[in-house]
Design a protein around this ligand. Structure first.
Ligand code: FES
Ligand SMILES: [Fe+2]
Length: 440
């Protein structure tokens, strides 16, 4: 299969050739594939472990369970963060069972071994009973690499992977103007789902599904193909700019009244939608002007550093292999899937929403409704299908997962058949092939 490049949609500066590997079903269903990912993919990438905001004092910790692995990140006395495997060096017991908290000593629940926040063994029962003498001060927790970016802590199991910022390139620079450092995670939602983790990765690597799965977005996000810009980077990360504050050009909204909810969005910035009847596409420029003029007095001081495009459009960044950051100037959505510990046909879906800490703002609008503007205002884990919302748009994305997994199990499925605009999916799977076969 060959995908024809369409240069009007792929940025000439950031385009990557694809080979045309067949995207076979086994990667979504087979335990062998899952084992190869476990051995050759997951150790070689950076993982978003949690929020710096939860690690304020020495001994504060957060835990991130990933597949069969579990990692703890701990604030040190020198203000750095260190990461350790959550496994006791004595006989392997999981050390930390909570998601976050404070421990002056990391203490194992089995025989009571105690470790200082830097992972050094500090106290054991019967210290003189060890053949080589008291192990305190000599035995350490097994550590991993740990780095921070913006409000986040990341960990990585491999010493040869580039440092976090280099690994993220160019997205760490492209996202800098949003001023994410002190943004607040207000939602931490997750669910167990009955499909392989890559089903939703593929979904986030294309916008082909917007008109069919998210028709409601068409009145304020221009999902028209010629107007959407895709960028693909050598690293495997990619991004997509979708024009916001403008209805789709797939259908003719532009010569009519300003559609909802764009009319209310315009009014919120002091713009009368009636003035834009017949040329609704021009509202976007009016919002840019209004945000520049009114933003600072409303507390949006970070607007000053943003480009016009950043002020009104959606910047959807997909980091290889499993992290999506969807940026708008007033909200960051973190969306990702992680593998189930043992079952290739299951995954864990996570949706975090971060908001800027606007002075005086007590409540913010999120994909599950209004919530207080404070860290983890809503934290919940559910089973997909039990009727608990993961956010309106995320629910729509998840709605296809189970049936797609079922269809991929069919003998009749011969491999994906992609249009050019889904080239990011093709690239994702080719890079994945390289990783699982040990070529990266
Ligand atoms: S396994 Fe941790 S103290 Fe024994
Ligand atoms: Fe979607």
């Amino acid at each position: 299969m060959t995908l024809q490049d369409n240069k009007s949609r792929y940025s000439p500066e950031f385009d990557v050739a694809v080979r045309g590997d067949t995207i076979t079903a086994d990667r979504y269903i087979s335990p062998e594939w899952m084992k190869k990912e476990h051995a050759n993919l997951w150790p070689k990438v950076w993982h978003l472990g949690g929020m710096l905001a939860e690690l304020e004092e020495e001994g504060d910790f957060i835990r991130h369970d990933f597949g069969k692995e579990s990692v703890i990140m701990v604030r040190q006395g020198d203000d750095t963060i260190r990461a350790f495997y959550n496994s006791c060096p004595h006989r392997g017991n999981r050390l930390v069972l909570g998601d976050a908290g404070h421990m002056p000593r990391i203490t194992c629940g089995y025989h009571g071994w105690q470790f200082t926040p830097d992972g050094v063994l500090a106290k054991v029962q019967d210290p003189d009973d060890f053949p080589d003498g008291n192990p305190c001060g000599k035995v350490h927790l097994s550590s991993l690499r740990c780095e921070t970016w913006g409000p986040f802590v990341f960990w990585c199991m491999d010493d040869d992977v580039p440092p976090l910022r280099e690994w993220m390139a160019p997205l760490q620079d492209r996202l800098a103007n949003y001023g994410l450092d002190n943004w607040v995670r207000v939602l931490k939602l997750s669910c167990d789902a009955d499909f392989n983790w890559k089903i939703i990765r593929d979904n986030f690597n294309e916008s082909y599904h917007l008109p069919t799965i998210h028709p409601e977005l068409a009145t304020f996000i221009n999902d028209g193909l010629p107007t959407t810009l895709f960028e693909m980077y050598e690293s495997g990360h990619n991004s997509m700019w979708m024009i916001g504050h403008q209805a789709t050009t797939r259908t003719d909204y532009h010569s009519a009244e300003v559609p909802a909810p764009l009319d209310d969005i315009a009014r919120a910035w002091g713009i009368d939608p009636a003035d834009y009847k017949g040329h609704t596409g021009d509202i976007r420029a009016a919002v840019i002007e209004a945000k520049r003029r009114l933003g600072p007095e409303r507390g949006y001081t970070m607007y000053a550093d943003m480009t016009d495009q950043q002020l009104v459009d959606y910047f959807h960044c997909t980091l290889f292999p499993n992290l999506t950051l969807t940026m708008s100037p007033e909200q960051l959505q973190v969306l990702r899937t992680e593998p189930h510990p043992t079952d290739p046909e299951k995954c864990i879906f996570q949706h975090w929403v971060l908001m800027p800490p606007i002075k005086g703002m007590k409540e913010v609008a999120t994909p599950i409704g209004n919530v207080p503007l404070r860290h983890d205002a809503v934290v919940r884990h559910s089973k997909y299908g039990d009727g608990v919302s993961l956010g309106f748009v995320a629910d729509q994305d998840l709605s296809i997962g189970t049936t797609q997994q079922q269809g991929l199990n069919s003998r009749g499925f011969k491999g994906c058949f992609l249009p050019a605009q889904e080239k990011r999916i093709q690239r994702f799977h080719e890079l994945l092939n390289d990783y699982v076969e040990g070529r990266r």
